[in-house]
Write a protein that binds this ligand. Structure first.
Ligand SMILES: Cc1cc2nc3c(=O)[nH]c(=O)nc-3n(C[C@H](O)[C@H](O)[C@H](O)COP(=O)(O)OP(=O)(O)OC[C@H]3O[C@@H](n4cnc5c(N)ncnc54)[C@H](O)[C@@H]3O)c2cc1C
Length: 509
């Protein structure tokens, strides 16, 4: 089904959206289901005329629909503009190359013409990473046709994958028994290249949390030539070339393919829900689990409101989901010890779920509640609510003060928190703030919310992002967080790799 010009996934049916909206309002008391606003249907006239003649490259187009669906990412700020038919920043051209040669030709053409190139994977950026929010003509370089698993090295448990492959495409392309164990909530549409370019965070809540840990080598096309690192399990040879591309957000090169570490599909899986009467007791339990050396695959703590909204919680208890998995050995001993640790903090364990995942199809893994959640967002613009997610990481000693300050910022609506990731030295909390929309002033309202909460996060010692990247929305805060000499080094790298400055102008540098 074709992608909607505004929604997550294909165009949703209105009755479905209204039902989601009704349940949402019932749970939160927010939104105006009776004042339902309908999306502006797509028409070519919504898209400004292209300022660039289509080059003589067969994989380029100036078709208005193709440009509209690639105008934005998926932040609320993007959703509301597309919903209202505002495509003012649509790229002038869209290119869908099939291989590295076509990308090289495109970069040569764009550098010569001074046309900005915005690399795009799934377009799930929530930080303005893929919007041509700058002066001058732009081209969206969509990697969607480069989506194959090219090679598998079973002995080393690694696979060579093209950058435009989405989560389901990667795992469907791997031979039986192997998986890339990386499951961000955007798994259905986001891509390997996007994960690498944004340093995405996946399913594993402790230990191997970022895509960084799963990348063995990267190949990228830059205006200055091909960049390819050697496949190695580890290396101490100077600064890592892969580390330069991890988090480069399309500003240094177009990632074309990468060798990634894959794993045998786990056959021993167990997870247990644990309830806490107090949020702080749950936090103390996660702290002790993170420092225990057990490294649970799942260790997500939801506050009582978030648990009620997303996981069938009773609205009074915080909920911790602890899970272990292994392809090799039973994990019951690890779980027993983890439950002992949580009991020190008053955690009450529910029934264990033994999940024999070899019986599950790939589909069932990602069609679970976790990856269905993004579809709920489709109801926000019609309902008249604004939603923003803020994610950060901070050391344990500073977490209580940061948490209190961020929760205070969202007072006007509903603010929920989950600890999405936990490290021995600190958690990565994830806040969802939902407030009633002021019709017609949603962008200013969202910008103000973003600015206030980002200021708070920086002031309280957190990072401006743990896994959503910098993009254009976090840029002013990122500039304050990074060391000045490092900013100079980044700028120099940009000049060396992209002398005409055509690659994704405005992000990072
Ligand atoms: C509902 C929802 C849930 C999400 N859940 C998570 C989550 O659990 N964990 C998480 O980390 N993030 C999450 N995100 C954010 C987003 O999915 C990630 O940032 C993801 O890594 C983006 O991948 P993408 O393929 O969609 O990249 P895009 O959005 O297309 O691009 C993101 C950035 O990467 C650059 N880029 C993309 N592909 C390439 C390439 N091949 N070469 C060079 N640069 C490139 C773009 O120019 C842009 O700067 C979520 C977003 C949504 C909307």
């Amino acid at each position: 089904m074709p992608k909607s010009h505004w929604a997550w996934g294909p165009e949703p049916a209105e009755p479905e959206l209204r039902e989601i909206a009704r349940l949402f309002t019932e749970h939160t008391g927010l939104g105006e289901p009776d004042a339902w606003e309908r999306p502006v249907p797509f028409s070519p006239g919504l898209v400004p005329a292209s300022r660039v003649p289509v080059p003589a490259l067969p994989f380029c187009t100036a078709d208005p629909y193709e440009r509209a669906v690639r105008t934005y990412g998926q932040a609320y700020r993007d959703l509301i503009r597309a919903y209202r038919g505002d495509f003012a920043n649509a790229p002038d051209l869209v290119a869908l190359p099939r291989d590295e040669d076509e990308i090289a030709r495109l970069l040569e053409w764009a550098s010569g013409q001074g046309v900005a190139v915005v690399p795009r994977g799934g377009g799930t950026s929530v930080v303005g990473g893929v919007e041509a929010r700058f002066d001058g003509p732009s081209l969206c370089l969509d990697l969607g046709r480069m989506n194959r698993v090219l090679e598998v090295d079973r002995e080393s448990q690694a696979a060579l994958v093209e950058a435009g492959a989405t989560g389901p495409e990667i795992n469907a392309g791997l031979p039986g028994g192997l998986q890339l164990r990386f499951f961000p909530q955007s798994y259905e549409f986001s891509t390997l290249g996007g994960w690498i370019a944004t340093r995405a965070g996946g399913h594993f809540a402790t230990l191997h949390t970022h895509i960084d840990d799963l990348v063995e080598s990267i190949r990228a096309s830059t205006p200055a030539g091909m960049w390819e690192s050697r496949r190695l399990p580890g290396s101490g040879a100077g600064p890592s070339p892969d580390r330069w591309l991890l988090g480069s957000e399309g500003a240094l090169g177009v990632i074309t393919r990468a060798w990634v570490r894959v794993h045998r599909r786990p056959v021993h899986k167990v997870s247990v829900p644990v309830r806490f009467a107090e949020w702080v007791a749950g936090v103390a339990a996660v702290h002790d689990l993170a420092q225990s050396g057990l490294h649970p695959a799942n260790c997500r703590l939801l506050d009582a409101r978030e648990a009620a909204l997303t996981s069938g919680g009773d609205g009074r208890h915080a909920l911790l989901i602890v899970g272990f998995e292994s392809a090799v050995h039973p994990v019951d001993a690890w779980m027993s010890r983890a439950l002992e640790i949580v009991s020190w903090h008053g955690g009450v364990a529910g029934a264990a779920r033994q999940d024999q995942s070899q019986d599950q199809s790939q589909d069932q893994v990602w069609k679970g509640a976790f990856t269905r959640m993004p579809y709920l967002r489709n109801a926000y613009p019609g309902l008249g609510v604004i939603a923003e997610t803020i994610e950060t990481a901070v050391t344990w000693d500073r977490f209580p003060a940061l948490h209190e300050a961020v929760m205070a910022e969202g007072e006007a609506g509903t603010t929920t928190c989950r600890l999405a990731f936990a490290y021995p030295d600190g958690p990565a909390p994830y806040y969802t703030i939902i407030v009633p929309a002021e019709k017609g002033a949603e962008l200013e309202q969202w910008d103000d919310l973003k600015r206030r909460v980002s200021e708070t996060v920086l002031r309280m010692g957190g990072t401006i992002t743990h896994h959503h990247a910098v993009g254009r929305d976090h840029r002013p805060f990122y500039d304050r967080q990074r060391p000045d000499p490092f900013a100079l080094a980044l700028k120099a790298a940009k000049t060396a790799l992209d002398p005409q400055g055509v690659l994704n102008p405005g992000v990072l540098i």
